[in-house]
Ligand binder design. Structure first.
Ligand SMILES: Cc1cc2nc3c(=O)[nH]c(=O)nc-3n(C[C@H](O)[C@H](O)[C@H](O)COP(=O)(O)OP(=O)(O)OC[C@H]3O[C@@H](n4cnc5c(N)ncnc54)[C@H](O)[C@@H]3O)c2cc1C
Length: 422
């Protein structure tokens, strides 16, 4: 037994003092992966303010309704309990590196021997006036579900419907694809997509920009590339060239930034606010603390993607176990993995370092990654996990597979692929 827990139940007030051998802060891709890789005889506590693990790479599908919130959420307490670990619902607000103690927003103090910070990022509105208040943000299940519901209400009205998507990165393209999937046949629909860079999907190769533009021919979409939104109001946005675009809904996909608590807690956040870590993911000046996932800025920067977050979480757990065993920690080296970006039912792009492969049938690959990986997190041994896997599978077949097999033309289009060198 390696676990130890002191003071639990000693005081019933909120200022409860606790000690756990390993404390993980943030229980999504990086944090949950770290926890599930630690043996059940370790004393592990995992902290997150929200009770649900959320599968973020498919939240765009809430916009069209092909996924429901329950498809993308898993109960953290149940999953962690099945691994023999404790879930603490709370928000980390500070750290005392000398006492090796974390502070939560309810006043609780939790001491640790080792800690993994896996806080992810928060939506970035770049301080644009009105963006926080009037933009509908695109960062989690609740926000994307709210966008889907609002669009459904707006589309049910008669007359013109103007949708503004701010951001032409992968989130903006996925949002645009889902609006087109559900509403492209609606009379009076006009979509505006504003991207500050000169091309769509700036995180991908230029070939993707051309492929998306080809797909948009004949669609009710106007692109505003190389333009910046400088104001958002309840009735639309203003661009930096003075143009005013009227919109019934503004979907804001500005990317992510580091949470304020990183700088407030005194971490080395000199590069764009993320926690700068050593090669083994440990944090300078904070003995016993590692950072993993989007919040960690590794010496050779990598894309902020769920697959890297999973690998980093698992690596941090492995290094903690090595330290406990008196062994040297190992450097993290990211595995090269292709990026899969969905463009509704129009196309899916698979991007490697040398090629872009596009084809609507690749959506099946994205769905397979989702089904397989979320089932892995869901601990299929449990009755609840099996039931949830069945519901996700049934929805995938009824919402994604059947609608595609309506005609031979659709089926042939589904099987077509387009390969471009980068
Ligand atoms: C719209 C969208 C589409 C995406 N598509 C893809 C894709 O197709 N493929 C891909 O690989 N990646 C994709 N990503 C990126 C991917 O979701 C992230 O890289 C991944 O979620 C990072 O995992 P993480 O565990 O580091 O952080 P997160 O998943 O952001 O989790 C951070 C956790 O920390 C918790 N937390 C935050 N602050 C505190 C605090 N103070 N105290 C305690 N807990 C806290 C949060 O509640 C959250 O549960 C997408 C992201 C978005 C938003």
């Amino acid at each position: 037994m390696c676990g130890f827990l002191v003071g639990m139940g000693a005081r019933s007030s909120k200022r409860l003092r606790r000690r756990h051998e390993i404390v993980i802060v943030g229980a999504n891709f990086a944090g949950l992966s770290a926890a599930l890789d630690l043996p059940s005889d370790c004393d592990v506590a995992v902290i997150d303010p929200e009770p649900w693990f959320e599968w973020l790479p498919n939240i765009h599908e809430l916009v069209s309704g092909v996924k429901k919130p329950s498809d993308l959420r898993l109960p953290r307490r149940e999953i962690l309990a099945s691994a023999g670990h404790r879930f603490v619902q709370g928000r980390f607000v500070g750290i005392d590196s000398k006492r090796k103690a974390l502070r939560l927003d309810d006043g609780t103090t939790i001491q640790y021997e080792h800690c993994v910070l896996a806080l992810g990022g928060v939506g970035n509105d770049f301080g644009v006036p009105g963006a926080a208040r009037f933009g509908m943000h695109f960062n989690n299940v609740a926000e994307c579900d709210a966008i889907g519901k609002r669009l459904k209400r707006l589309a049910a009205r008669k007359g013109p419907l103007s949708v503004i998507v701010v951001g032409g990165g992968f989130e903006g393209i996925e949002a645009l694809g889902e609006v087109l999937r559900r509403y492209r046949g609606r009379d009076g629909l006009q979509i505006h997509l504003v991207e500050v860079g000169g091309r769509l999907m700036p995180e991908g190769p230029p070939a993707v920009d051309e492929m998306i533009r080809r797909r948009l021919i004949g669609m009710p979409v106007r692109l505003h590339c190389g333009k910046r939104v400088i104001r958002v109001t309840a009735t639309g946005v203003t661009l930096d060239d003075g143009e005013r675009i009227s919109g019934d809904i503004t979907i804001w996909t500005g990317g992510a930034k580091a949470p304020d608590v990183v700088a407030d807690a005194g971490f080395d956040a000199s590069r764009a606010g993320w926690i700068q870590v050593r090669k083994d993911l440990s944090c300078r000046g904070f003995p016993g603390v590692f950072a993993a996932g989007d919040v960690a800025d590794v010496p050779r920067p990598i894309a902020k993607q769920a697959y890297h977050a999973i690998d980093m979480g698992r690596h941090a757990a492995r290094n903690i176990l090595r330290r406990r065993a008196g062994r040297k920690t190992l450097p993290f080296s990211p595995a090269p993995k292709p990026m899969l970006v969905a463009f509704g039912d129009l196309d899916t792009f698979l991007m490697t370092e040398s090629k872009v492969v596009a084809g609507p049938g690749l959506a099946a690959a994205k769905e397979a990654v989702f089904q397989a990986t979320i089932a892995g997190f869901d601990r299929l041994a449990s009755v609840g996990g099996l039931q949830r896997a069945k519901e996700r599978g049934v929805r995938a077949i009824s919402e994604l597979v059947f609608p595609k097999l309506r005609s031979w033309e659709e089926t042939v289009r589904l099987l077509s692929v387009n390969v471009e060198d980068v």
